[in-house]
Design a protein around this ligand. Structure first.
Ligand code: NDP
Length: 323
């Protein structure tokens, strides 16, 4: 149901009905992701669209901005916004918002679940039982979380929530980022390689983009060492996937648990063929509860902007507040 309204919004990917219905009740919504001929679709809506509800695998960049001269605001579905060229949006005076905080606990929970699943090999153990192998012999003993030391890459909102949970498990926490955090007592490592050498468990919660591209590379994995476990719930591009595959194959590190990949939703066949890793299809925030909260924040940002009240959660690159 679409109620004609003066304000036209481009929806770049499917959204759950909870948020999509609210957008359709308030705005005239154009479902870009459904269009067969994207260029023709854009030409048709070009002089109307003032906002974008971002999501899906569509890149929101200068080419799309060029095609939408009336565009004012991009409300991204997700706290990570490497799918949006926010710097270019900023240069053009376009406002970009994301969905921070509402997903922090969910993603941190998932990171811990993935950590335990990887260390105690839960998916492999489950497969073992289903294949009837328990009838013949118990599952071989696994590695343990006990005695591990955790290094967090990207101690932001989610990184801190992961750190709190790791501490509750009785494990020491250290971190790497571009800068020392004033509000935490964990040891800070300006060098990622040095941190990797001092820990055996690396949890990456860093954002994507040029500054983090492949910062977890062959050198870092070598430093992590043969007991090393890598957990990545940040962005796939942070890890050099080919270097990781090589490190897993030749046992430079022990194992990995990955929720994100370099070229999603495509996952390299070499990675899928390795049994001693746990692979998840980017489900960090994917519960009904949290996706509803994220969808609500997308709606609320767009409504706030078009009511003249400004964005609720603008990203760092956005020119807001003005002046
Ligand atoms: P924040 O912005 O709060 O935290 C990001 C952290 O990364 C900051 O501490 C920042 O510290 C650090 N960082 C940024 N750039 C670099 C760099 N070049 N090298 C090292 N560290 C860096 O974001 P959130 O915690 O809310 O979210 C983090 C990321 O998690 C998102 O950007 C997204 O990619 C990912 N995510 C994944 C989900 C999933 O489903 N798997 C769901 C939600 C988010 P400093 O500035 O000091 O470097």
């Amino acid at each position: 149901m679409t109620r004609p309204d003066a304000t036209h919004i481009l929806m770049t990917g499917p959204m759950m009905a909870y948020a999509a219905d609210q957008l359709k009740a308030r705005f005239t919504v154009h479902e870009y992701w459904k269009a067969e001929d994207k260029a023709a679709f854009l030409r048709e809506v070009a002089d109307k669209v003032r906002g974008i509800a971002g999501g899906g695998h569509v890149r929101i960049d200068g080419a799309l901005f060029d095609a939408l001269p009336k565009l004012e605001m991009i409300a991204n579905f997700g706290v990570g916004y490497d799918n949006v060229d926010a710097a270019e949006a900023g240069r053009r005076g376009l406002v970009v918002s994301n969905t921070p905080d509402v997903l922090t606990d969910e993603v941190a929970d998932l990171a811990i679940g993935l950590l335990i699943a990887t260390v105690r090999q839960l998916p492999q153990v489950d497969r073992y039982l289903r294949e009837g192998k328990w009838l013949k012999a118990p599952y071989p003993l696994t590695t343990s979380l006990r005695k591990r030391k955790v290094g967090i890459v990207g101690l932001g909102r989610i990184g801190k929530a992961v750190a709190q949970r790791v501490e509750a498990f009785g494990l020491p926490v250290v971190y790497h980022g571009r800068s020392r955090q004033a509000d935490v007592a964990y040891r800070y490592y300006p060098s990622l390689v040095e941190m990797a050498a001092d820990v055996d468990t690396l949890i990456s919660v860093a954002p994507g983009g040029a500054s983090t591209h492949h910062i977890i590379n062959a050198e870092v994995l070598k430093a992590l060492g043969p007991d090393g476990i890598l957990i990545n719930v940040g962005r796939g591009t942070v890890v050099d996937e080919q270097a990781l595959i090589a490190a897993l194959r030749d046992k430079t590190i022990l194992s990995a648990g990955l929720d994100v990949f370099e070229d999603e939703p495509r996952v390299p066949a070499e990675l899928i063929a390795i049994d001693h890793v746990v692979l998840l299809p980017h489900v960090g925030s994917a519960s009904v509860h949290t996706r509803e909260q994220m969808g609500q924040l997308v709606v609320d940002n767009l409504v706030s902007w078009f009511e003249g009240k400004g964005p609720l959660t603008p990203v760092a690159e956005t020119p807001w507040p003005k002046g």
